[in-house]
Ligand binder design. Structure first.
Ligand code: ARG
Length: 457
């Protein structure tokens, strides 16, 4: 394909380091779609004859069927998916195959193929994230009023509801979806027709190929078009951030499933046993989601390092763009599916969650707030009085709302019986009605909005 000016063929090692077919065979669908769009345009513009355009299209359809049925043959000598397909086309239709590459280079071809692939990847991730949100909202609806401890520093802080906690992840995943949507919108300009780097002298119609491939418009600078991998980095950065969210949820499930917590029981279908300890049920799927997020971040860093400092336009370093994107996508797709399955099937131990919320003086802030609201005590002073009450309760081994009124009055005479109404965990969560707060009616309002946004009821 480029042997004209060479006296000697490549060394075996050269072949091996040069070839991308072992991984870029994954682009075959996009490569054939791009070639079909290109040859249709060449035919319409009279750059190749209508008869040749038709023959080439027919050959490409045959190859498409072969790949779908038998996979893409891996021949290192043919370098990449583009050359494997063109070589097969020549076998099938003869010399007319040589006209397909008119007004095109592998540089704009691969940029186009890869953009199409990443666009499909974004669409599949988007569907997966939406399904995860649906699972979160559904489980949140079951537990809008189930009280659990809210934590800061992993220390019991204030009571919240489990529905509120799950809806926090709905929000996080929503931001991920919007990042992928941004990436998709920014990606959707077609590089095909930029040729090697400078454009082409043939009278091509770039708007036609762009439209045929579902792009909004052609790109505007041929140098940028063949050297741009921002779209792949946008994908990897969005994937990294999404995987961080999945990892945090996985981590919570791991902690919550451990016996001292016993907040949840993970489904058998997402757990494994131990070969030595018969009682074991390990949260392996959650641990692998947590682990995969590190690998996804590594893929993002790999392509960042590849692109850093590359001069315009195409350099072969850029062939290394695909493995990290493929790897990150496979890991992310699996992680999303695994977390969705776990959210759908996890059993929440509501009595245990309530018990944990009642321990740890989680309503201490409510006592301080009560002193401010009912007895007009300045908050800083109320905080101090409450601290003294907590110290006493801790010494006595009692919950705050189990301290006798005399003991509370001895700490501050302004405290009276009404305080007990504020000290239960239910009263605590019910009081937090500020927008976005944990009160069950607030949580239900957010769930209703989420269901409307997701189109579920
Ligand atoms: N296989 C290459 C890649 O993935 C595309 C070929 C461009 N090759 C070249 N020598 N300009 O980037």
């Amino acid at each position: 394909m480029w042997g004209g000016r060479f006296a000697e063929g490549p060394a075996a090692i050269m072949r091996e380091i040069n070839a991308s077919i072992p991984f870029d065979k994954r682009l075959w669908r996009q490569d054939i779609a791009g070639s079909k769009a290109h040859v249709a345009m060449l035919g319409k513009q009279g750059i190749v004859s209508a008869a040749d355009a038709e023959t080439i299209t027919g050959g490409l359809t045959t190859i498409e069927g072969e790949y779908a049925e038998k996979g893409v043959p891996v021949d290192l000598a043919l370098e990449d998916i583009h050359m494997v397909t063109e070589t097969r086309l020549a076998e099938l239709i003869g010399p007319a195959a040589g006209r397909l590459h008119t007004a095109r280079s592998r540089n704009d071809q691969v940029a186009t193929d890869f953009k199409l692939w990443v666009r499909d990847a974004i669409d599949s991730v988007e569907a997966g994230l939406k399904a995860l949100q649906t699972a979160l909202v559904t489980r949140a609806g079951e537990h809008a009023a189930s009280v659990m401890p809210g934590f800061t520093h992993l220390q019991v802080a204030q009571p919240v509801t489990l529905g509120h906690h799950l809806m926090a992840y709905y929000e996080m995943i929503g931001r991920d979806r919007s990042r992928f949507a941004d990436a998709r919108a920014r990606l959707n300009r077609c590089p095909l027709g930029s040729a090697a780097l400078a454009g082409t002298g043939f009278p091509i119609d770039r708007a036609m190929t762009a439209a045929a491939l579902g792009f909004d418009a052609p790109t505007d600078n041929s140098l940028d078009s063949v050297s741009d991998r921002d779209f792949a980095l946008d994908y990897l950065m969005a994937a990294t951030q999404a995987s961080l969210h999945l990892s945090r949820l996985a981590e919570e499930f791991i902690i919550w499933a451990s016996q001292p917590y016993a907040f949840v029981s993970l489904p058998d279908s997402y757990s494994t046993g131990s070969s030595i300890m018969p009682q074991k049920r390990n949260p392996d799927a959650a641990e692998l989601v947590r682990g995969h997020s590190g690998r996804i971040a590594g893929c993002m860093m790999a392509l960042t390092m590849t692109m850093k400092g590359l001069p315009l336009a195409y350099s072969k370093d850029m062939q290394d763009d695909k493995p990290p994107v493929f790897e990150a996508h496979d890991l992310l797709a699996l992680s999303i599916a695994a977390m969705t399955g776990m959210v759908e099937k996890v059993t929440f131990n509501a009595p245990r969650l309530r018990q944990a919320a009642e321990a740890g003086f989680s309503t201490a802030t409510d006592l301080a707030d009560w002193l401010v609201r009912v007895a007009d005590v300045p908050f800083r002073e109320a905080h101090h009085i409450t601290g003294t009450a907590v110290k006493l309760a801790e010494r006595e081994g009692l919950a705050l709302d189990k301290l006798p009124i005399e003991a509370l009055k001895a700490i501050d005479a302004r405290i009276d019986d009404r305080v007990y109404d504020a000290l239960s965990v239910d009263a605590s969560v019910a009081s937090r009605r500020s927008h976005g707060g944990t009160a069950p009616d607030q949580v239900r309002a957010r769930i209703a909005e989420a269901k409307a946004a997701l189109g579920i009821d």
